[in-house]
Design a binder for this molecule. Structure first.
Ligand SMILES: C[S@@+](CC[C@H](N)C(=O)[O-])C[C@H]1O[C@@H](n2cnc3c(N)ncnc32)[C@H](O)[C@@H]1O
Length: 441
């Protein structure tokens, strides 16, 4: 495709994405599906440019104010330039020039001149919002939680794309085996820093056609999600509930940890999401998983299981603000008013799920949000209201699950090891939170 046509397509797609009526990944997928003539590289560019603009929206909108022509086109030019700079820097600094020539061949002389001006803007001359690219209602609480260097390191980390992590299915393969199979097809990977099941892959190679994937030897899963399953520490033969199972990312990890024994219920209010679990379950080789679509957290079917579960994971619906590396549109689609509502829903689901736990059993509450309001505040309120649930130290539990450097992943409480707190800038994972309790016997 000629650079001019590709840039026009980027601008058209951005016009659709920036209405924020639908999630960005769905809009990009539909746009590409409706244009069969697009090749794989063009599809990749369309996605990359869209995400580059979503990540740095405040900065690019500010720079775009000085240009001329349609706003979506100006943003597309700046997004295109940002993607090319990143790619060229990663591969070979000398390649930056060539990449810029490709883009410039799509621009008018005036646009080309304007882009040069934008290139010369120095970060230190920018206002804070144009550097952190977060809405104020997200930036303000994060600044309260983190010190100044920490806040800026987080903002920088959230502006990057997430690395590609795999979880080795311990029911089917060992980590070394999968590493070797990947290396045989030229894919570089290394063991994860913390999860004993994890691999971090270099770059973003396509994995779906690999025999090791088809045979269920691994799943794509962020290291942070793996750590949540490790925290639940479900054992052989136990009765376990994954209360908000969705498409079952954590269900599969938990089921493998149980070595496909016992009974693992995968609950969710969305039958559609649970459908997504089916093909993954088939690959995984697990036979202990029982997906159940429930109406709500007080469903009759749940009542029948009250007090019978060894372990319950509540991977609660949340703002998703810990996953901005993957879904940067969330920071523009989420509204501050929704957070209080989410916190209420989280508390209700946690209380409903807690009734399932048997005396001596373990309850894990988790989110992929970085906001205290959805995390420590919900956990503390639950602890205060439910006297028969005793808080456990996450740092100790992770160390028992063979998680390397476990103490560095926890914070809060008297000893600083009470809650799991994963941060993209510190741990290279998505932002995750977890609190754990044991029901008193
Ligand atoms: C964070 S997602 C779960 C992701 C999933 N655990 C995974 O690892 O892929 C939260 C899920 O909670 C579900 N949910 C929302 N309200 C619920 C409720 N009252 N009871 C059970 N699940 C609920 C949503 O449908 C959504 O799938």
């Amino acid at each position: 495709m000629h650079p001019k046509a590709l840039l026009d397509a980027c601008a058209e797609l951005l016009g659709q994405v920036l209405t924020f009526e639908h999630p960005a990944d769905a809009v990009v997928a539909r746009y590409c599906r409706e244009r069969r003539q697009l090749g794989p590289r063009e599809r990749a560019t369309l996605g990359d440019v869209t995400y580059a603009v979503l990540r740095r929206k405040l900065l690019l909108e500010q720079l775009a104010r000085s240009g001329s022509g349609a706003q979506a086109r100006r943003l597309a030019i700046l997004g295109f330039a940002a993607v090319q700079n990143e790619q060229a820097r990663a591969l070979d600094p000398a390649a930056t020039r060539g990449a810029r020539d490709f883009l410039k061949s799509a621009l008018s002389p005036l646009e080309s001149q304007w882009l040069d001006q934008c290139d010369s803007v120095q970060p230190q001359d920018l206002l804070a919002p144009h550097r952190h690219n977060l809405p104020e209602w997200v930036a303000a609480p994060l600044r309260q939680q983190l010190d100044e260097p920490g806040f800026w390191a987080l903002a920088e980390a959230l502006a990057q794309s997430a690395p590609l992590d795999l979880r080795v299915n311990i029911l089917k393969a060992r980590r070394e085996q999968v590493l070797q199979e990947l290396s045989q097809v030229g894919i570089q990977a290394a063991p994860s820093q913390h999860s004993p099941w994890g691999l971090r892959v270099q770059g973003k190679p396509s994995l779906a056609r690999l025999p090791a994937f088809a045979s269920g030897a691994f799943e794509v899963q962020d290291e942070g999600s793996q750590l949540l399953a490790l925290l639940l520490d479900a054992r052989r033969g136990e009765m376990v509930v994954d209360f908000c199972a969705g498409a079952g990312g954590k269900t599969l990890a938990i089921g493998a940890a149980m070595r496909s024994t016992g009974r693992l219920y995968a609950f969710d209010v969305s039958a559609h999401r649970l459908e997504g679990l089916k093909p993954r379950l088939a690959r995984s080789g697990l036979s202990n998983v029982h997906p159940v679509a429930i109406a709500h957290e007080r469903d009759e079917r749940i009542k029948r299981l009250a007090g019978k579960m060894d372990r319950v994971l509540v991977d609660a619906p949340c703002s998703g603000l810990g996953t901005l590396r993957r879904s940067p549109d969330l920071k523009w689609r989420q509204k501050p008013e929704a957070i209080a509502e989410l916190a209420q829903q989280q508390a209700a689901i946690l209380a409903g799920a807690a009734r399932l736990v048997k005396p001596g059993g373990r309850l894990v509450y988790a989110t992929c949000s970085v906001l205290e309001q959805e995390n420590e505040a919900v956990a503390r309120a639950f602890g205060a209201a439910q006297g028969d649930f005793e808080p456990l130290e996450v740092a100790d539990l992770l160390a028992q699950s063979r998680v390397a450097d476990a103490a560095a992943l926890a914070s809060g409480g008297e000893g600083g090891g009470r809650f799991l707190r994963l941060w993209p800038h510190l741990h290279g994972t998505d932002g995750f939170f977890a609190a754990v309790w044991q029901r008193r016997a």
